[in-house]
Design a protein around this ligand. Sequence first.
Ligand code: FAD
Length: 694
Amino acid sequence: AQLDTLDLIVLAVLLAGTVAYFTKGTYWGIPKDPYAGSYSSANGSKPGKTRNILEKMDQSEKNCVVFYGSQTGTAEDYASRLSKEGSQRFGLKTMVADLEDYDYENLDTFPDDKLAVFVLATYGEGEPTDNAVDFYEFVTGNEVSFSNGGGVDEKPLRNLKFVAFGLGNNTYEHYNSMVRRVNDALVKLGASRIGTAGEGDDGAGTMEEDFLAWKEPMWTELSEKMGLEEREAVYEPVFSITERDDLDADADEVYLGEPNKNHLEGSQKGPYNSHNPYIAPIAESREVFTVKDRNCLHMEIDVKGSNLTYQTGDHIAVWPTNAGKEVDRIINVLGLAEKRHSVISVKGLDPTAKVPFPTPTTYDAAIRYHMEICGSVSRQFVSSLAPFAPNEETKAEMTRLGSDKDYFSDKVSSQYLNIAQVLEKVDSVNKWTNIPFSIIIEGIHKIQPRYYSISSSSLVQKDKISITAVVETIRVPGSENIVKGVTTNYLLALKQKQHGDPNPDPHGLTYAITGPRNKYDGFHVPVHVRHSNFKLPSDPSKPIIMVGPGSGVAPFRGFIQERAAQAEAGEKVGQTILFYGCRKSSEDFLYKEEWEHYKQALGSSFKLFTAFSREQREKVYVQQRLQENAALVNQLLEKEKGNFYVCGDASNMARAVSDVLGKIVSEQRGVSVEKGEEIVKMMRSGNQYQEDVW
Ligand code: FAD
């Protein structure tokens, strides 16, 4: 019998349906930029995405997922490096996953031939990073309820094999507590860990080396347990880069640095958050140091009409733009100068690969607005670039840098070189044109917004957010190199421009101040607000003690501004004690005149104790002033249940202040030193002692 047209159509549809069913749609798997969703929606939600990790792994045929809990991008970077190494060296089918993108109720059905890797940063006072809060609470919760659940299964995760690495800082009390607690929780639920639970220490400056030293034995054990065979790693690009001859840089659909689609279309829309910054006018900017060679900026950022709200003690995030000099440096060394404004489309070659910026864009825009090109360089990244060196000699040098820890430290890390400086140094003659742009996107972190403790009170100026930022300029000892902080120098340039300051940066930095398509013209800066737990007591009559040397005074200006306003409004305001320190009262004494004004409003309840470290032969710091006022400090804390706040340098000051307080408590209350420390610990857990340190 002959088939007529209708039969053919019916058959074709049936066949297509069958193929779709058995291939789970992989033939339809047009590699879609999985980030397109997040850039097209203002709030970063990703429409149509599954939150079921097992479904996702099945769909994309993966057997290893590397989850990250990341705040500043380092954990995310380590996760993608592990993922890549797992795939290239061991043939694992890996994917990277943001912890906040998935649910965990089905971890008990995670099959034993698959692997979960957790790369977890610890944030602040032993807290999970923002994107890991739900996961953390779920696995460490008292009653973890899995989907298979019910009954009294004590070991619901017995099939789960996992690997764990933590990023922490030993100067904080709860060192690497995130990875420790998650590891304990998973093991308790029956999961089996492969390798040790690694711990990287930012405090000792050994994060990168700790990571490198941890991962090798982990891979060995993993290969044995999962029967993997190591092979010679061959670079496989994660992204495809297509040069778009059909598009000009000024075409409407080309991203020239706009953070997402709203911004591209010219109508920024809220809600504004970590995926969607508000391009805020800078209402005012001024210098608050009185010395020539160091800068501290006070800025008032206008958020009126944006629906952005803040509370005294919150943080504002500033989205930086790289300095033109550094953008030029990397563009030149990669041999991209001729085509820096050519349009490129970047796509993940695998559906789980996220393109870290919206495209189509240009090389210039991607580098200027989205890549942390000035950051420190990892040995592993240098090693991965070796095969693309211009010649054998430079290849050998890159390989040596990549494999010899001490040599790398001597030539690269101790000099604070960025990646373009490394390439320039290794080969100052030839351009590195063989380096695929994909590896640059993979190897250089996504640029991170920098946080600033808001230095105003929301009660006094709800629509204007103040920041107090010390401009970072570091002369590297024993080197010609001068490291200029990315964000603070960008803000300095904005301030100089706003004041028509004729003095350009002495180190030749210039910035695209007016932003993509001049959208930041008239002095605007992209920002969002992050809420914090660093808060004044709700009852203003409670005393407060604040320790904030240097820029650590930022949130306390906000606290004191608020209490002064409350006092002026006739409210009863408790003792307000500030311990402040800097080098010299004539150089870097922040808000010197303003304190006088607050003193008038608050009367004798305001006390300012200062420590100027360089005004006498012996250096004096805030801790000494605290000790000198031990009786007062103890009385306010013990008798009047006042709050104690510390803000600023995490590595030395915060620890020293905590130790001194332990001693004060022990002496004043006549208890042992250990008991004094325990009381301070209890004050911390009860929120009587709060830190905002970085
Ligand atoms: P970056 O470019 O980030 O450089 C910072 C440092 O990194 C450099 O000084 C250098 O030590 C190192 N570095 C940079 N490049 C390299 C390299 N190639 N090799 C090796 N090392 C390198 N700061 C304030 O001034 N005021 C505040 O109120 C304030 N509040 C904060 C609140 C929070 C919660 C946090 C987390 C931080 C806060 N900070 C504050 C710090 C602020 O976020 C920034 O870190 C700071 O301003 C420096 O940013 P930057 O982009 O200018 O410098």
